[in-house]
Design a protein around this ligand. Structure first.
Ligand code: URA
Length: 200
């Protein structure tokens, strides 16, 4: 649309997400969580779905998993403020259950529009829900987190050429401490290398 900046389009998208009723999750959520960060970000983090704290505040990754995510991003040479952070599903599933297939599909157009507007060079997919769907969209096969964490894939999503780094969800490391080492290695190693590449 002539004369329409990214900012206005982004704002419209946020408002659509905030009033969305496309799947059952709108009935139980308190606040939808569209995402946050600069629309000029080169790096996007995509998680699973808002948890209790995120649902209360309407902001992504603000609980314990979010604090760990902020530290992991620093290991990769990123400040949280320079990254766009969102989820594959924008509303909290009741009791933090896994998002269902139809909920992921109903919400996917919002993520695709976020990718089209922000045009990230790198998406860090944290957890199997985001990793599986994003890899499939980019034409790669999903196998398992054990086999694919720490790998970086190239592809195109919504017409945007980008890289997808796969890693564990930070919340998983809170419950299973041995995973924390693997997460830290992924951020300190392969993810940091891609970040250095796209920052130059
Ligand atoms: N877990 C997620 O996947 N996303 C959030 O925003 C918070 C916790």
């Amino acid at each position: 649309m002539a004369g329409t900046g990214i900012g206005e389009e982004y704002q419209r998208l946020v408002e659509e997400i905030q009033s969305c009723t496309k799947c059952r999750l709108y009935k139980t959520r308190r606040n939808p969580v569209p995402g946050e960060g600069p629309v000029t970000a080169r790096v996007m983090v995509v998680g699973e779905a808002p948890g209790r704290n995120e649902d209360l505040q309407g902001r992504p990754f603000v609980g314990a998993a979010g604090q760990l995510l902020t530290r992991l991003l620093e290991l990769a040479g990123l400040r949280r403020e320079e990254v766009y952070i969102t989820n594959i599903v924008k509303c909290r599933p009741p009791g933090n259950r896994d998002p269902q297939e139809d909920e992921v599909e109903a919400c996917l157009p919002y993520l695709l529009r976020q990718i089209q507007l922000i045009r990230p060079r790198l998406i860090i997919a944290v957890g199997r829900h985001a990793a599986r769907r994003l890899l499939e969209l980019a034409g790669h096969r999903w196998q398992s987190m054990g086999a694919q964490h720490g790998k970086v894939y190239r592809g195109s999503i919504a017409g945007v050429e980008l890289m997808i780094a796969v890693t564990y969800h930070p919340a998983a490391a809170l419950y299973k401490p041995p995973l924390r080492e693997k997460l830290e290695e992924d951020f300190r190693g392969p993810i940091a290398r891609v970040v250095a590449e796209i920052k130059t």
